[in-house]
Design a protein around this ligand. Structure first.
Ligand code: SF4
Length: 272
């Protein structure tokens, strides 16, 4: 059975880092993993490809060229299959339709999705965009996972994504906290409480460590570079949770007032 998930969250929250590391961790556990990056920048997979950018499906199609599997499915670290959909130049058009076209072409030339144990869609930014809605709407994925930090705006985006999932009848596998703040305990508590109020499983807390960025600059995930590192171990935990395919939940988004109260109350409790 292929587990197909999408990672959603505010732009810049670290979805690609999480997607690459979870794919790497899953491959180390003996599974076949595929990551499909829908970022117009085409850099979802670079840390699995030794820092190299791979050509995107849409870059071939834009030039009117036909594609073969080997053009667009690249083997990265530990055999992880890496695919970049690509997209329009910033501000021009929308990759939502591009994802459909790219995946349609890919499926005619490759069985990579069917033959993988885990497929991760790493999709851009915001629930209003077709790029985000498409994997859920087209049943490309079984469930979504949301990435947020404990800051207000990423949680606001995460909450909006839950509203979007409800509209799309999409299901939520859980919430991952990718830490951005200095006060780790507080951030962990805030996102844990947020997940609980969303009726969602809290999957894991990923601490912020300089080593992760350092290895990314070298073109590696931390799972590849230092599998014993505490952050690599967290990615192992996330991979195992995802592969368990726990029953997804229908999220219950908060009102804006509830969300503000949640963040303020949790911070106040910690200060007292
Ligand atoms: S709306 Fe979404 S899918 Fe379309 S270009 Fe913008 S980010 Fe990409």
């Amino acid at each position: 059975m292929t587990v197909k998930i999408a990672l959603y969250g505010k732009g810049g929250i670290g979805k690609s880092t999480i997607a690459s590391n979870v794919a790497a961790a899953t491959s180390k556990n003996g599974y076949t993993a595929t990551i499909i990056g829908c970022d117009p920048k085409g850099d979802s997979t670079t840390s699995l490809m030794g820092g190299e950018r791979i050509p995107s499906v849409l870059s071939y199609l834009k030039k009117g060229e036909t594609i073969e599997e080997e053009d667009v499915v690249h083997r990265g670290f530990n055999g992880v299959n890496c695919v970049e959909v690509g997209g329009p130049e910033p501000g021009i058009g929308c990759a939502g339709r591009g994802i459909i076209v790219a995946l349609d072409k890919l499926s005619k030339k490759s069985n990579v999705v069917e033959e993988s144990d885990l497929v991760i869609f790493d999709v851009p930014g915001d629930i209003v965009c077709g790029g985000l809605a498409m994997p859920v709407r087209k049943d490309y994925v079984d469930m979504a996972y949301i990435v947020t930090s404990g800051e207000y705006l990423p949680m606001y985006a995460a909450n909006n994504i839950c509203r979007g999932l409800n509209v799309l009848d999409g299901e939520l596998g859980g919430v991952i906290c990718n830490s951005r703040l200095q006060n780790e305990k507080q951030e962990d508590e805030i996102v844990k409480e947020f997940a609980s109020q969303l009726n969602a499983k809290y999957i894991a807390y990923v601490p912020k460590r300089d080593k992760v960025q350092e290895y990314e600059r070298q073109g590696k995930t931390i799972v590849e570079a230092d599998s014993k590192h505490e952050v690599a171990q967290v990615y192992q935990k996330i991979s195992k949770e995802i592969m368990k395919t726990n029953k997804p939940e229908t999220p219950t988004p908060l009102t804006d007032k509830e969300l503000r109260q949640l963040t303020n109350n949790t911070i106040k409790q910690k200060q007292n």
